[in-house]
Design a protein around this ligand. Structure first.
Ligand code: FNR
Length: 195
């Protein structure tokens, strides 16, 4: 079973981005499970907290990252960047004070917004932050969902085929990468020790 942690960059009840993750969770892919997490209640990152008694909800969030095979992130674009809520979550996940859990973590990203750019600018910033954390970010396909308000139906879902297909292709790329690295690593361990 492949366990993916879906992280939404929005705690809005009718979030277009949480809905994108729901679309991913409803995909009929064999041996694939997605848990959606909204890091809305994490305290603002403070290194004193990381060095002292780390809050329980931070520990639980970090445990979810640790036990997931990969991450699927969907974030809104705020002022041409990704959301502060997500940045805070990435700082808690990637802090060296506790241990950078994002390093070498397979991560796929996507986003939906009201504008015609569909979070393209925000995702560039997110890629930069994930590069700093040494995450293994899936480069393609890029999933920008523009004018999401026109695509979401009355039940708060993306019922249009185009959005569903785009999310499907991204999830497939993430799964393909997970299979690839797992095979490579199992072959690699056969080469050890170096004697
Ligand atoms: C926005 N929005 C927005 N949209 C966009 O495409 N580019 C942008 O730079 C911004 N900037 C921005 C700043 C702030 C402070 C807010 C509140 C909103 C609109 C945004 O796409 C819209 O609110 C989405 O609905 C947010 O995503 P969720 O909450 O639906 O997931």
């Amino acid at each position: 079973m492949i366990n993916i942690l879906g992280i939404s960059g929005s705690s809005r009840i009718a979030s277009f981005n949480t809905a994108l993750l729901q679309t991913a969770g409803e995909l009929l892919i064999k041996d694939f499970k997605l848990e959606i997490f909204i890091p809305g209640n994490l305290p603002l990152y403070n290194d004193d907290l990381a060095q002292g008694n780390t809050p329980d909800n931070v520990e639980r969030f970090r445990q979810k990252i640790l036990s997931a095979d990969g991450l699927l992130i969907a974030s809104p674009e705020y002022n041409y960047s990704f959301s502060g809520l997500l940045k805070n979550a990435m700082d808690w996940a990637g802090t060296d004070t506790l241990r950078n859990l994002l390093s070498e973590k397979p991560v796929a990203i996507m986003g939906a917004s009201k504008s015609i750019f569909g979070t393209a600018r925000g995702q560039m910033h997110l890629r930069q932050v994930l590069a700093a954390a040494n995450a293994d970010v899936i480069l393609k396909p890029e999933v920008y969902v523009p004018q999401a308000q026109l695509l979401i139906d009355d039940t708060g879902r993306y019922s249009d085929q185009k959005t569903q297909e785009r999310v499907h292709k991204l999830v497939r790329a993430l799964i393909k990468y997970l299979y690839k690295i797992n095979n490579i690593y199992s072959d690699f361990t056969k080469c050890l020790p170096f004697s």
